[in-house]
Ligand binder design. Structure first.
Ligand code: MG
Length: 202
């Protein structure tokens, strides 16, 4: 690391939280859409395709994007909130790592493709919002992480020097290659246990 890292930017899904919560609520979400709009699963798929939604790595629609398309975000957030009570979500080492970074007066941000409202609910329900200084998502710019413009907008909005920032995430392209191309330091979470090694960099 060439410079002193002052800002630690974390991806959310599969970096800080387990995506089990989304797969856990997915069947209930599909059921809600089927009942509310009297649709079959094929008709739901057709509508998602015509709205240009993309399937995620698990081969299903992103639950938040799907809810936005069907204009049922309120039901989505009710479902999501209820799942936090029963599904363990926070990955190992997250709390001690964030706590230590805060003790060292580091700035902590969540940089995610999830909707701002989802990020806020996730960090609130998992008890880590006290450590987070700001969040940045496609709601703050018209781009997503896979677009270099997303990172330029992040730099501009928060007046960042990417040389002093470390982007930490599980996706080798969206969290690593692309931010690196605009000067961010990066740290790849290839398995959840690696997160604790972030503390070796302070
Ligand atoms: Mg991720």
């Amino acid at each position: 690391m060439p410079n002193k890292i002052t800002h630690f930017l974390f991806d959310l899904d599969k970096t800080l939280i387990s995506t089990k919560i989304y797969s856990d609520l997915y069947p209930a979400l599909i059921k809600t859409i089927k009942q509310k709009f009297d649709l079959t699963e094929n008709e739901i798929n057709d509508k998602a395709e015509s709205a240009k939604l993309k399937k995620n790595k698990e081969g299903v629609w992103d639950s938040g994007e799907l809810s936005k398309t069907f204009n049922i975000l309120e039901s989505y957030y009710e479902l999501l909130e209820s799942r936090f009570k029963v599904v363990p979500v926070l990955l190992p080492y997250v709390k001690p790592v964030l706590k230590k970074l805060k003790q060292e007066n580091k700035i902590i941000a969540i940089v995610s493709n999830s909707m701002t409202e989802t990020i806020k609910m996730c960090i609130h329900e998992t008890g880590i919002s006290e450590f987070v200084d700001f969040t940045f998502s496609p709601d703050n710019t018209k781009y997503a992480k896979e677009d270099v413009e997303f990172w330029k907008a992040l730099i501009k909005k928060h007046n960042l020097n990417p040389n002093n920032c470390l982007m930490i995430g599980d996706d080798p392209v969206n969290d690593i290659a692309i931010p690196k191309s605009v000067g961010f330091n990066t740290f790849h979470i290839s398995s959840p246990d690696i997160l604790k090694e972030v503390l070796d960099l302070i």
